[in-house]
Design a protein around this ligand. Structure first.
Ligand SMILES: [Fe+2]
Ligand SMILES: [Fe+2]
Length: 213
């Protein structure tokens, strides 16, 4: 069971970690808009602005991932991990186009805004590759860890976006975002399975280099 998650609807507000923040944002936005309609985004609610900004953020992140994943795939050791990454790359391309559909539903132009968190996570993935030996199982264990951090970020983001979309009455958008959310969760679980099936065990037998402290 993934840790961050959002299967429950925004309306229930009975939730776990990420939904908690969604509920707070939702309450705040409702309060403010009923008073002043002061959202800077064409008079829409602050929640709608937060929703749109978050879409731009994850749109940038997904696009970056379509560039980062092929590099990770090349550096991976096992065919199993390579094919899992390849499969998720195809899904990630679909995530980009779903986000474009969501922008369209919202009547907005698809726009990317730099996501510092994803930039950092991708950077961390690159460091793992640099710090592990080519052809080692430890390399794969490290790539899996980096990739799961990415998946969890995406799960948290899409979880909140689904609840925001539902709160805003954007049911079609919520449906699209929920499809992506499910694929992120599946990718995360698949990575766990791959790691636990043999990679972690094999990595455990790899000796540390002499030069390491
Ligand atoms: Fe994605
Ligand atoms: Fe993903």
């Amino acid at each position: 069971m993934p840790t961050t998650n959002t299967r429950s609807s925004a309306r229930t507000r009975r939730t776990r970690s990420t939904n908690g923040s969604a509920s707070v944002a939702s309450k705040t936005a409702t309060k403010k808009t009923s008073k002043t309609e002061n959202g800077s985004d064409h008079g829409h609610s602050q929640l709608e602005k937060l929703f749109t900004d978050s879409l731009k953020d994850i749109y940038w992140a997904e696009k970056q991932l379509t560039k980062a994943l092929p590099k990770m795939q090349k550096k991976a050791t096992t065919d199993e991990l390579k094919s899992a990454i390849e499969e998720h790359l195809a899904q990630t391309e679909e995530h980009v186009s779903r986000l474009e559909q969501v922008f369209e539903i919202c009547g907005k132009k698809a726009q990317a805004k730099k996501c510092d968190a994803m930039e950092g996570l991708i950077e961390e993935g690159n460091s793992v590759v640099e710090e592990t030996e080519d052809g080692s199982m430890t390399r794969d264990a490290g790539i899996i860890m980096a990739a799961q951090k990415v998946e969890h970020y995406e799960i948290a983001t899409y979880g909140c976006l689904v609840t925001f979309a539902k709160t805003l009455g954007l049911d079609e958008a919520a449906g699209l975002l929920a499809q992506t959310l499910e694929e992120e969760k599946e990718a995360d679980e698949k990575l766990t399975q791959i790691a636990e099936a043999s990679i972690n065990q094999s990595a455990e037998h790899e000796e540390e280099e002499e030069s390491e402290k």
